[in-house]
Design a protein around this ligand. Structure first.
Ligand SMILES: NC(=O)c1ccc[n+]([C@@H]2O[C@H](COP(=O)([O-])OP(=O)(O)OC[C@H]3O[C@@H](n4cnc5c(N)ncnc54)[C@H](O)[C@@H]3O)[C@@H](O)[C@H]2O)c1
Length: 263
């Protein structure tokens, strides 16, 4: 898929990766870019910067009614949705001790919101014979986010759901990509580093920390190639292969890195 004349929705569109996608999609010639975020003021600031093709919307992705209303409103305004980017995400920065409310929030934002989006957009997309879903997952969804049990678990679930959609609906014209970056220089990672969280330190020590614009570059290429896994950090493919071939060796290497960072 190329972005020319496309109608695009981006959840978490006010954040680091989401706002970079909005700017890049507009630069690629999208007809409309809907920037939806819990932080409505920040979403408006993004659309002010992007220009007239962009439209800001307040949205809590964990509320199915709000997701459905956003889809209805976008289809009414622009006639269709070509690409829905389920990009909002949250971390917990904790392990098994994180309380149920923390696990529930991670589950709702990182996984259930993707289900709500698919439920809302699929009928019209399938009726038109096609459409595109981009799910921002994470390298944590194919590997492990050290220091964050709920993030690891829910991002694995998000990759699983995206794969299920792709297998189930590809023959009806639906295309699905799972975006799985490692470290990206956004408020999410910056806050983790500032707080000294082990997970953020492991990410920073594991490879290049990309800019959101570099991630947007990879997304444009990945969408053009209609690739399921979009890996802005190509080394993640090698890590995933090593993990699949030798899980014990892979985990031993990760534990060694953690011991080094803790020393
Ligand atoms: N930064 C990284 O290193 C990194 C790496 C891999 C994957 N990711 C993923 O990329 C995506 C974007 O994250 P980012 O790094 O740009 O972080 P970010 O914190 O800059 O942006 C996340 C955005 O999501 C919004 N959001 C959170 N909860 C929401 C909700 N309930 N409803 C609507 N919007 C909500 C926030 O307001 C924020 O604008 C997330 O899914 C994240 O898990 C980030």
């Amino acid at each position: 898929m190329n972005l020319t004349d496309r109608v695009v929705v981006i959840t978490g569109g006010a954040g680091g990766i989401g706002s970079a996608l909005a700017r890049r999609f507009a630069a690629e010639g999208a007809a409309a870019v809907v920037v939806a975020d819990l932080d409505a003021d920040a979403a408006r600031a993004v659309t002010d910067g992007v220009g007239p093709v962009a439209h800001a919307a307040a949205l809590d992705v964990t509320d199915e009614e709000q997701v459905r209303a956003l889809v209805v409103d976008t289809e009414r305004r622009y006639g269709r949705i070509d690409l829905f980017c389920a990009n909002a995400g949250v971390t917990t920065s904790g392990g098994v001790e994180v309380d149920d409310a923390g696990w529930d929030r991670a589950w709702r934002v990182n996984v259930l919101s993707h289900v709500y989006a698919a439920r809302a957009v699929l009928p019209a997309m399938l009726a038109r014979g096609g459409g595109y879903l981009l799910h921002t997952c994470s390298a944590a969804g194919v590997l492990t986010a050290v220091g964050d049990a709920a993030y690891t678990t829910t991002k694995h679930a998000a990759v699983g759901f995206a794969e299920w959609l792709s297998v189930t609906y590809r023959d009806q014209g639906l295309r699905v990509s799972a975006l799985c970056p490692q470290g990206v220089d956004t408020p999410m990672l910056a806050e983790g580093l500032a707080a000294g969280h082990l997970g953020a330190r492991v990410i920073a020590a594991s490879g290049a920390v990309l800019t959101p614009d570099q991630v947007a570059d990879s997304v444009v290429v990945g969408l053009a190639e209609e690739r399921f896994l979009i890996l802005p950090h190509p080394e993640v493919a090698a890590y995933a292969l090593r993990r699949a071939e030798d899980p014990d060796g892979w985990q031993a290497g990760l534990r060694k890195l953690v011991r080094r960072l803790r020393a």
